[in-house]
Design a protein around this ligand. Sequence first.
Ligand code: UT7
Length: 329
Amino acid sequence: MSKIQAAITGVHGYVPEKILSNKDLESIVDTSDDWITRRTGIKERRILAKDKPTSFMAIKACEGLLSKTNTKPEEIDLVLCATMTPDMLTPSVSNIISKELNIRNAFAFDIQAACSGFLYTMITAEKFIISGQCKKVLVVGADKMSYITNYNDRTTCILFGDGAGAILMEPNLEGYGIKDSILRSDSEHGLDLLKIEAGGSKNPCSHETIDQEKHYIKQEGRNVYKYAVEEMFGASKEIMNRNNITSDDLAYLIPHQANERILESVAEKLKLPKEKVMITINKYGNTTAATLPLCLWDYESKLTKGDNLVFTVFGAGFTWGAAYVKWAY
Ligand code: UT7
């Protein structure tokens, strides 16, 4: 009997209608469209209404996915959502999705690995599928970054946006799906360079933490940038080498969208032409756990069955990784 692999059998996304352009940001902080475009590649990002939570976007993405793939809610046996901006600490966004979409035969939980969240979650789903325990898994990446973004800090507020994406994963016996993966973390160097200091059990939110703007995301951008290039390149190269894939064999690299210059550097080091790199950062910014499924959603019509894809991510923790996937439809 052929080996069971976990294949992606559908994808859908959702971004809020409201656009925050670089021009808009010029009137909020001391920045310019020219600086943001040159240094990050971002032109605009989407912002969810203040009164709507992360699950609102996740549910929209999943609703579209179920309808597009003709999947009945009762067929889903696992719901996994990657997010660092859950509606509340508990219950999970995955449980909220399940309730709203009438998914009654599944178990559900969230995974928090910041910008690496979607890849970590996709690989977790894979393990439940290849073990034979699950047949139809909803894998979601959703983040409302605008609520943890400091619009007084020009070094971070230009980067982030809101969005959600979802994929359906199912067993495949014909050699399509996830072929290999690498997941890594380095907590020695990562803990201090990219974080939200307050709002957790170590430093609960108080008037003081709010006055000090400690409930917002902060990073040492230049340092994080260097690690992101090195580790996304390293993981991609390692997975390509051990599966004998050259850049000619690759249909697309699907990288986490943090900065277009990071993507260009990784592509250059892999000797990959830019046309083979999925890029959506220009219109969505960094949507954290949603960047990979939003890329798939955007490029879905360009993909063909059998395409070789390499996913790669880098995020807080630090966390990073890569996966080699043979596209299934
Ligand atoms: O998704 C998780 C992982 N995150 C990342 O991978 C993000 C990695 N980091 C980055 O993308 C970049 O480091 C940033 C986009 C955050 C910053 O770009 P940079 O080219 O590294 O700029 P920098 O921090 O070295 O700052 C260069 C200059 C500074 O001015 P001085 O000190 O040279 O006078 C900054 O104050 O640019 C200034 N600057 C800005 N100027 C206009 C910083 N932000 C802005 C801004 N507009 N928004």
